[in-house]
Every structure is written in structure tokens, then in C-alpha cells.
Design a protein around this ligand. Structure first.
Ligand code: NAP
Ligand code: GLV
Ligand code: GLV
Length: 327
């Protein structure tokens, strides 16, 4: 018997984006609109060899225990905080992800939020739409200038660098934090590596681009928000739990900072009745950083390459845990 390997696609994907999967594997698809690996897929667990996950799907030890033939996990995202990678490594299962192909899309949305919050675009557009325009006015709808001010990048990885590069168009000074120094970026962008407290106190825009890890969970809490300037803006493009939501709400209500742009929240989705939505100086988007036609397709193609490589025993083009190949 030379049957094709079984793959679980946790949620529906456009067939033309993942066409090689349908040619070379047997695909079973989970439901739309429900987070996690759905119980209806349980009958396939004993047989499944490849698992294609979204960032809303938690993969833990208990799930892995039930998939004894699993050879590869391909996450349709660059962040892998939804997956217990250490547990996968212990089992020799490579985990694939999608860095690089989404960098520009995410950096563009970061700037969309920076500009939207700095210039108060949403309340102003709402006023126009709802008949509150009145007359052109000297002191209504005032926002903040960006040119010449300071951008603080927390996590100078691929996305952080792309955001910093775009700041050159605004002649902004760039400060950053990261675990390791980035001399090439410092030279290219005249960026300066500082500690987090210094960055928070000096920046007019603080933009978060770290992965969610035990070290970055709750990185921005009350103490950090109180260090920021009252005229500063916080952007979270990383993961919701990097910021303490309750502390952020207080910071915005009490004017410790001027505004926030959040593409990710904790919890996610943020419930429709959450008080953060009521604040005029907050723009919240539903985790759409990589959501362009071209980028989501490129991510799908890379995720399929990762999955097929794992099924065929080849090294994944983009692997999170290369240690599995050193055993
Ligand atoms: P990346 O290239 O790996 O960059 C991550 C950066 O964070 C690296 O520079 C790393 O430093 C730094 N870092 C890690 N831990 C840190 C810590 N404790 N303190 C300070 N810096 C730390 O990843 P990326 O492609 O830029 O993606 C970053 C994250 O963005 C993803 O993990 C994901 O959570 C999020 N994301 C969100 C969206 C969205 O739709 N909103 C889309 C894509 C990604 P070193 O370089 O020194 O290791
Ligand atoms: C999206 O948030 C990603 O990590 O790719
Ligand atoms: C505004 O529209 C101006 O001309 O200054």
C-alpha cells in the first residue's frame, strides 16, 4: 500500500492557495469560525501525519499524545506562541512557520495605526460621516506631528526593522530594544539600542514587535506605561498578552499616554462591550497585520512547502526548532 499521507487542515483555506496539498496528500478540513483543533477531527488523530494550524489553534502535549504518527506541524503565522514547541522538539517533530513573507504587510499596518492614532482619523471621519463637520476649524481634530520625533521599536526583528525603515520618511530618530545588538541596522538607520525604560521615557511612538514568550508576557504593565510621555502613542502589533490590558485601559483613561493602536488584544477577540472600544484615542483592528491578498497567499504557499517537506523527511524551509535535526 502506498497511500498518500493524511493531513489535517485545521480550518478551510482557498484550494488554489494550497493546491499541492490536495495533489500529494489526503486532506481533512476542520470548521471555520471555531478556534482550536475541532473535536470532529478526532477520528483522524491516530492516522494524521501533517497538521496545518492557524494561530488560534493551541497545540499542546495532550494533543500531541493523541497523534502518534505526526511528522510535522505547519503554523500559518510567524508567531508560534500557540504551539508547545518544546514538546514538539522532544518528539522530533519539526514546526514550520511563515517569517519574512509577511514582514512588509505587517509593517505597513503598523504605520496605518501610528498615523490613524496620531491624527485622530477615526473620530474625525466619524464626525464627518455623521453630520458633525460644521466648519473648518482652527482647533478641532488636532493630532500630533510625527516628523522629527522619536520612534521606539521594542523587538528589532524582521518586522521591527521594516517599521523602522519606514520611519526614515518621517525623519524620525529610532531607538530600539532586542536581545542582541543589530550593528548593521544601527548603521543603516542611525538607530540606537537602549534599555526598555530609556526607550519608553524617550519615545513619542512605542511600537511592539517581540514574540510572545515567558519573558515578554506582560512586558508593558503599569510601571512601563507610567514611564511613557503623556503625548506618546503605544502600538501593539505583537501579541495581546505582551501588554497588561487593564493597565493600558487606565493609562488611556487617565492620560498617562495619548493613544493606542492595537492589532492584537488580550483577550482575543476583544469582546464587543469592552471599554477600550469606547475610547476615542484607541484604534483596534482584528489581528489583520498580514491580511493582504498577496501576503496571505504567500504565507499559504510557504506553509504548504513546510508541511510537504516534513512529510517527505526533508528539512523545513522555515523551521522554528532546528534542534530536531541535530538528534
Ligand atoms: P523576529 O524577526 O523573530 O523578531 C523578533 C524580535 O524580538 C527579535 O529582534 C528578537 O531579538 C526580539 N526579542 C525576542 N525576545 C525579546 C525580549 N525578551 N526582549 C526584547 N526583544 C526580544 O520576528 P518577526 O517576524 O519580526 O515577528 C515578531 C512577532 O510579531 C511575531 O512573533 C508575532 O507575534 C508578531 N506578528 C504579529 C502579526 C500581526 O498580524 N499583528 C503578524 C506577524 C507577526 P533578537 O533578534 O535579539 O533575537
Ligand atoms: C500573525 O500574527 C503571525 O504571527 O503571523
Ligand atoms: C489647509 O487646507 C490649508 O490650505 O492650509
Amino acid at each position: 500500500m502506498n497511500e498518500k499521507p493524511l493531513v489535517i487542515l485545521a480550518h478551510p483555506m482557498p484550494k488554489e492557495w494550497v493546491a499541492p496539498l490536495y495533489e500529494r496528500t489526503r486532506v481533512v478540513v476542520g470548521p471555520d469560525g471555531v478556534p482550536g483543533i475541532h473535536p470532529s477531527l478526532e477520528p483522524y488523530f491516530p492516522e494524521v501525519e501533517g497538521l496545518f494550524t492557524w494561530l488560534t489553534d493551541r497545540v499542546d502535549e495532550a494533543l500531541l499524545d493523541r497523534m502518534p504518527r505526526l511528522k510535522v506541524i505547519s503554523n500559518y503565522a510567524v508567531g508560534v506562541d500557540n504551539i508547545d514547541v518544546a514538546a514538539c522538539t522532544r518528539r522530533g517533530i519539526p514546526v514550520g512557520h511563515t517569517p519574512g513573507v509577511l514582514t512588509d504587510a505587517v509593517a505597513d499596518l503598523t504605520w496605518a495605526l501610528i498615523l490613524a492614532v496620531a491624527r485622530g482619523i477615526f473620530p474625525a471621519a466619524q464626525d464627518a460621516r455623521e453630520g458633525r463637520w460644521g466648519l473648518w476649524h482652527a482647533t478641532r481634530w488636532l493630532g500630533y506631528d510625527l516628523v522629527g520625533r522619536t520612534l521606539g521599536i521594542v523587538g528589532m526583528g524582521q518586522i521591527g526593522q521594516a517599521v523602522a525603515r519606514r520611519a526614515a520618511g518621517f525623519q524620525m530618530r529610532v531607538l530600539y530594544t532586542s536581545r542582541t545588538p543589530k550593528p548593521a541596522i544601527e548603521a543603516e538607520l542611525n538607530a540606537q539600542r537602549v534599555d526598555l525604560d530609556t526607550l519608553l521615557a524617550a519615545s513619542d511612538v512605542v511600537s511592539l514587535h517581540v514574540p510572545l514568550t515567558p519573558e515578554t508576557r506582560g512586558l508593558i504593565g503599569e510601571a512601563q506605561l507610567r514611564r511613557m510621555k503623556p503625548t506618546a502613542i503605544l502600538i501593539n502589533m505583537a501579541r495581546g498578552a505582551v501588554v497588561d490590558t487593564e493597565a493600558l485601559l487606565r493609562a488611556l483613561r487617565e492620560g498617562w499616554i495619548a493613544g493606542a493602536g492595537l492589532d492584537v488584544t488580550d483577550p482575543e477577540p476583544l469582546p464587543a462591550d469592552h471599554p477600550l472600544y469606547q475610547l476615542p484615542n484607541v484604534v483596534i483592528t482584528p489581528h489583520i497585520g498580514s491580511a493582504t491578498y498577496g501576503t496571505r497567499r504567500a504565507m499559504a504557499e510557504l506553509a504548504v512547502e513546510n508541511l510537504l517537506a516534513g512529510l517527505e523527511g526533508r528539512r523545513l524551509p522555515r523551521v522554528v526548532n532546528p534542534e530536531v535535526y541535530e538528534r
